[in-house]
Design a protein around this ligand. Structure first.
Ligand code: FNR
Length: 184
């Protein structure tokens, strides 16, 4: 049976380069696991006041999707040297109500792209801090600080030849990391 991987993209832009990167990564590994994009766009802005009796149905459905996965791949932009609020909202909302987090124990991969040289490195380090508290074991190496250049992923979702070996190997190691962290 193939591993089930949820892919979360931390951008709500239709033209997102991180969404494009995510498609490229999935295409490189689609024969090795079952991938599903977990859409954040239906999630409302989380408010703890709803925990007691009006926790949003969209978050309940999202949490069920998260829990159905063997691993989560987080592909995120960097906003002002940190995690985009769009992604943080999903992480926060699905960690609640207290004691009912969807995230606990699910192995994760962290990767992202930006046109700038650091390639989302600082956002990813902030994200790792969050994942520690959420009790999600995150693959440490290889890191995926990807500088976006035009054509890195083409319109068909294919990764440019020059980046294919690195990104394929990233995905192989991520899937091995996920397999290693399954509870028997
Ligand atoms: C950015 N961008 C950006 N880039 C970066 O490398 N470091 C940063 O700190 C920031 N900060 C930032 C803040 C905000 C509010 C926006 C909208 C953008 C630029 C960013 O990398 C670029 O817009 C990417 O295209 C964002 O990724 P998506 O949304 O295309 O996936």
């Amino acid at each position: 049976e193939k591993l089930k991987i949820g892919v979360i993209v931390g951008s709500n832009s239709k033209a997102s380069i991180n969404l494009q990167l995510a498609h490229g990564l999935v295409n490189l590994a689609k024969d090795k696991a079952d991938f599903e994009f977990l859409d954040l766009s239906a999630l409302p802005f989380y408010n703890r006041d709803s925990d007691a009796d009006s926790y949003p149905a969209a978050f309940t459905a999202f949490k069920d999707k998260v829990r159905s996965k063997n691993g989560i791949l987080l592909v995120t932009p960097e906003h002002n040297r940190s995690v985009p609020a769009y992604l943080k909202n999903a992480l926060d909302g699905a960690s609640r109500p207290y004691g009912a987090s969807a995230w606990s124990g699910i192995p994760a991969g962290v990767i992202g792209t930006s046109p700038g040289g650091p390639g989302t490195a600082m956002a990813q380090q902030h994200l790792r801090n969050i994942l520690v508290f959420l009790d999600m074991p995150a693959m440490a190496q290889p890191e995926g600080f990807i500088r976006w250049t035009e054509g890195l992923v083409d319109a068909q979702g294919q990764v440019a030849a020059a980046s294919r070996d690195f990104l394929s190997s990233y995905m192989d190691k991520f899937l091995a990391w996920v397999a290693l962290h399954q509870k028997k």
